[in-house]
Design a protein around this ligand. Structure first.
Ligand SMILES: [Zn+2]
Length: 81
């Protein structure tokens, strides 16, 4: 019987902290995993899946998205390193 693989360092919504290390998600370990398995374009596409949910959950009170944008996309290099 196959088991379902649960991702390490997955987000815990609606707070969007890492389930494993408790840091803001994406935590350093998750960012490292994403960048080792994706080029920068695919990393941005990967993160865009989470973006609308993070905007709804994390801008509910202050309404700003600039810092959230940097948190979600700012760590992805513009080009393949
Ligand atoms: Zn983590």
């Amino acid at each position: 019987m196959r088991s379902i693989r649960v991702l390490d360092h997955a987000p815990d919504a609606p707070q969007w902290n890492c389930r494993d290390c408790g840091d803001q998600w994406p935590c350093a370990e998750r960012r490292r995993e994403i960048l080792t398995t994706n080029d920068p374009t695919m990393a941005r596409i990967h993160m865009s899946v989470y973006w609308p949910f993070m905007v709804v959950d994390l801008t509910r009170y202050d309404g700003t998205t600039t810092l959230l944008y940097l948190r979600v996309y700012g760590w992805i290099p513009k080009h393949r390193p």
